[in-house]
Design a protein. Structure first.
Length: 184
């Protein structure tokens, strides 16, 4: 079976989160819906869930851009979508020191710090651009299923990611989004 040719920057969209903690499953659900879309061959969508260590190792395969999709509490109304451009610390590492590894609590920053450590040891290169598409959760209590506000935001997140991918140039800054600019 032949895969479609790559015609753009190699991009990984990773849905992360724990589906057993209500809205923490936002990234997983968004990745599931996005994977059903007809995307160019240079874009890969994966459901990482809580396997942050797996994500760090997968990134060693070489990607120009990483889009992390996750529940992101920033104090706005539940269902608010965010686009956050990750700024690497000086020296290319996300944070100093070796990250503490807890397979069930790997935040994006921890994954990127682990990736920095792995790249230093292997000579690999981290993605040139890292974006986080986040959604304000209403509840991260134990339970299965997104709350209504977050569930209603998932189609808007899929459209937002498609727009980001359509305009993805690792040399250009990501569009800054605020709550009022994102349809949910």
């Amino acid at each position: 079976m032949n895969s479609p040719p790559r015609t753009g920057p190699r991009t990984l969209v990773a849905g992360i989160g724990n589906i057993f903690l209500r809205d923490d499953g936002f990234g997983v659900e968004t990745a599931r819906l996005l994977a059903e879309r007809d995307l160019p061959g240079h874009i890969e969508v994966v459901d990482i869930g809580v396997r942050g260590v797996h994500l760090a190792y997968q990134l060693l395969d070489g990607y120009d851009t990483l889009v992390l999709v996750d529940a992101t509490a920033r104090g706005e109304a539940p269902g608010t979508l965010y686009v956050i451009e990750h700024e690497a610390a000086e020296g290319g590492s996300s944070s100093p020191g070796t990250p503490a590894l807890d397979g069930h609590r790997m935040t994006p920053d921890t994954v990127l710090a682990l990736l920095g450590t792995l790249c230093a040891g292997t000579g690999g290169e981290p993605p040139r651009r890292v974006l986080v598409v986040g959604c304000e959760p209403a509840s991260v209590d134990e339970g299965i299923g997104l709350t209504t506000a977050v569930s209603d935001a998932v189609p808007g997140a899929v459209r937002l990611i498609e727009e980001l991918l359509d305009h993805n140039d690792p040399r250009e800054p990501a569009p800054r989004a605020t709550a009022g600019e994102i349809p949910t």
